[in-house]
Design a protein around this ligand. Structure first.
Ligand code: AMP
Length: 216
């Protein structure tokens, strides 16, 4: 099953993607995680991506498309994948169509996680992310406090506030989402593969809504 997750920053794409890949047995392809790993390693691509990420801007299409094209050619993607954070613009969606056509595959579902902007700012400014990228668990300073301050409940690693989870950057990321990414809902809607779910509930409620929407 090839699935795309679309939603504004803080909608819970990463959290839900992790739950989906456990259920479906396919990899999660998160462009944000790939860029953060490249920034940590200090690769030239990471340094370039950081300039944009720190401002809350989108990394240029030619960089992102190249990274995804490489990743989707790997063997573990043969049985499907959950794309989390890609595509984020119409040009990226068209580039993905070309990649799919070349490999003779297609998209099964585009899951749109709907959350109003007001919810997202407080969710993101209080968000604490696990430093262990293989875990990727998120806590919140008020609504999901860790049992031990500063440590992830799931794996015990340190928690941190992402550089781009500052209010000003969050507002910029939301503006980008509405301008550049939300047109994808109509693009995929015309193909009849959009499944909208309410992202304001608990993790479990959103997961149940997604399971029902994609039938798996
Ligand atoms: P995320 O973890 O998905 O919120 O992504 C964090 C940041 O990485 C975004 O704010 C962008 O700067 C960059 N990024 C991730 N995915 C993409 C993409 N598909 N296109 C452009 N920039 C991206």
């Amino acid at each position: 099953m090839n699935i795309i997750l679309i939603g504004p920053p803080g909608a819970g794409k990463g959290t839900q993607a992790k739950r989906m890949i456990d259920r479906l047995g396919v990899p999660q392809i998160s462009t944000g995680d790939m860029f953060r790993a490249a920034v940590k390693e200090g690769t030239p691509m990471g340094l370039k991506a950081k300039e944009y990420m720190d401002k809350g801007a989108l990394v240029p299409d030619e960089v992102v498309i190249g990274v995804v094209d490489e990743r989707l050619k790997k063997d573990d993607c043969k049985k499907g994948y959950v794309l989390d954070g890609f595509p984020r613009s119409l040009d990226q969606a068209k580039a993905l169509d070309e990649m799919l056509a070349k490999s003779g595959s297609k998209l099964d579902h585009v899951v749109v996680i709907d959350v109003p902007d007001d919810f997202l700012v407080s969710r993101l400014t209080g968000r604490l992310t696990c430093k262990n990228s293989a875990c990727g668990n998120m806590h919140h300073i008020e609504t999901y406090k860790p049992k031990v301050a500063g440590k992830c409940d799931k794996c015990g690693s340190d928690l941190y506030t992402r550089d781009d989870d500052k209010e000003e950057t969050i507002r910029q990321r939301l503006t980008n989402y509405h301008k550049q990414t939300s047109p994808l809902i109509d693009y995929y809607g015309a193909k009849g593969i959009v499944r909208k779910v309410d992202g304001t509930g608990t993790m479990q409620q959103v997961e149940a809504a997604i399971t029902q929407a994609i039938g798996a």
